[in-house]
Design a protein around this ligand. Structure first.
Ligand SMILES: *[C@@H]1O[C@H](CO)[C@@H](O)[C@H](O)[C@H]1NC(C)=O
Ligand SMILES: *[C@@H]1O[C@H](CO)[C@@H](O)[C@H](O)[C@H]1NC(C)=O
Length: 255
């Protein structure tokens, strides 16, 4: 190692988790002092930050992620019991103006089970999860993106937010535990003005996670109202400049 000048850590957030931390310290100490360290990571948890402070003098940071934002997304929750979730979802399907939806579950098994239930309810849906082969996943995602199917059930696969304009409703069938996951599921990258609805089914067990995520993201998840204003999430014909101004004023007043 003492003649190795460059070290590249891909998926740095994982490599720097507690499990490997000391191993990397040892590796770095056996390299020359003028070594170059490169870190690639989709997220920047504290462990990565600590590592940078400790080992990378004058680190240069390049951010290729679009900022994920919750702007324009209206967030509601429905308080339910576990066994009421399917019924609740069915009600949402019948009442909302869904153009395309993505529904998140917390495990591979629950993704498959839910996709089956949704099909039995008479709605067509695709599903993807991490145990499927990559080509298969890509094909399903591609078909969904082209609009062949309205609903997609999945587990947490998206690391940079959903960038499909046609998706106007996202449903957390299972509520996530971490704010990062919540943001990746619900948030949109970049452009201000994208409208969407995010609805989380919340059980008694989820109540602390809801509070924590609201705090950490500085956002508010409201109880779902009886009627949801379509202007909050159904795209109309493209807005002209005057309408766009009005909409921005409305959104500012709301916030
Ligand atoms: C997923 O959600 C179900 C229902 O809320 C829960 O019973 C289960 O423990 C959760 N699994 C994980 C891995 O969080
Ligand atoms: C609705 O979804 C279809 C694809 O399913 C897409 O072609 C269309 O542009 C979407 N409409 C809106 C208003 O986003």
């Amino acid at each position: 190692m003492d003649s190795c000048r460059v070290i590249v850590l891909d998926e740095a957030d994982k490599l720097l988790s507690q499990d490997y931390n000391h191993l990397l310290d040892d590796l770095l100490y056996s390299m020359p002092n003028d070594r170059q360290v490169m870190l690639f990571s989709a997220t920047f948890p504290l462990t990565v930050d600590d590592f940078i402070k400790k080992h990378m003098k004058q680190a240069y940071e390049i951010n290729l992620m679009d900022e994920l934002t919750l702007k324009g997304i209206t967030q509601y929750y429905a308080y339910v019991q576990e066994r009421q979730k399917i019924h609740c979802l069915n009600t949402l399907f019948s009442k909302l103006q869904i153009n395309q939806s993505i529904i998140f579950c917390n495990s591979t098994q629950r993704v498959e089970l839910l996709a089956k239930k949704i099909t039995e309810l008479g709605y067509n849906c695709y599903y993807i999860h991490s145990k499927m082969r990559q080509e298969h996943r890509n094909r399903v995602f591609h078909d969904f993106r082209t609009g062949l199917c309205r609903n997609l059930v999945c587990s947490d696969l998206f690391t940079r937010g959903i960038d499909i304009q046609a998706v106007n409703v996202v449903i957390n069938f299972d509520f996530p535990r971490y704010s990062e996951t919540y943001l990746h599921r619900i948030g949109r990258s970049g452009r201000f003005g994208h409208l969407g609805l995010a609805i989380s089914l919340i059980t008694h067990e989820d109540r602390f996670a809801v509070y924590k995520i609201e705090q950490e993201l500085g956002t508010e998840i409201l109880p779902i109202p009886r009627q949801i204003d379509e202007n909050l999430y159904v795209a109309k014909a493209p807005l002209d400049d005057h309408q766009e101004q009005q909409q921005q004023q409305q959104q500012q007043q709301q916030s």
